[in-house]
Design a protein around this ligand. Structure first.
Ligand code: DGT
Length: 133
């Protein structure tokens, strides 16, 4: 069997009251229009936390303090797989601005199921909701 290529991805679960922040993936990206947790691929020589701080700076213009790893999962797209790490992000400097996504929304975790979301997340929606409780 051919060895899969694994791509490590980090995302932030950003909470404000009972809401969590989701962004709509931009046109031209894979999964355009899908609602995701802000984040992206870990680059070489980065820790997962460093990668998430960088992604949240690039995508939202904030300086985030990355908290605990809440959930880890895998998902395959053909020969390629992603390893996706979901971190709690409770504190940040600045107001999240939409500099990357088509749109940003603060939603309650129960609203996630009604949005178009990546299969990688839909498969583990119960675990994501649990992580957000
Ligand atoms: P790049 O290098 O231009 O492809 O972009 P990056 O590094 O911003 O990464 P991105 O967001 O395109 O890649 C993340 C991959 O993980 C992509 O295949 C979609 C998948 N994914 C599944 N669920 C999520 C999620 O909740 N958030 C993010 N950011 N990605 C997710």
């Amino acid at each position: 069997m051919k060895r899969p290529v694994w791509i490590p991805v980090v995302t932030g679960l950003m909470r404000r009251g009972d809401k969590v922040l989701v962004g709509q993936r931009p046109v031209g990206n894979t999964l355009a229009g899908h609602w995701e947790f802000p984040g992206g691929k870990i680059e070489k020589n980065e820790s997962p936390e460093q990668a998430l701080v960088r992604e949240l700076r690039e995508e939202l213009g904030i300086e985030a303090e990355v908290g605990a790893l809440k959930l880890a999962s895998t998902h395959s797209y053909g020969d390629t797989g992603i390893v996706i790490l979901f971190y709690e992000v409770l504190f940040w400097k600045g107001e999240p601005k939409n500099v990357h996504h088509m749109d940003l929304r603060w939603i309650t975790p129960s609203e996630l199921k009604d949005l178009s979301i990546p299969d990688a997340n839909r498969r583990i929606l119960d675990r994501i909701e649990e992580a957000l409780r």
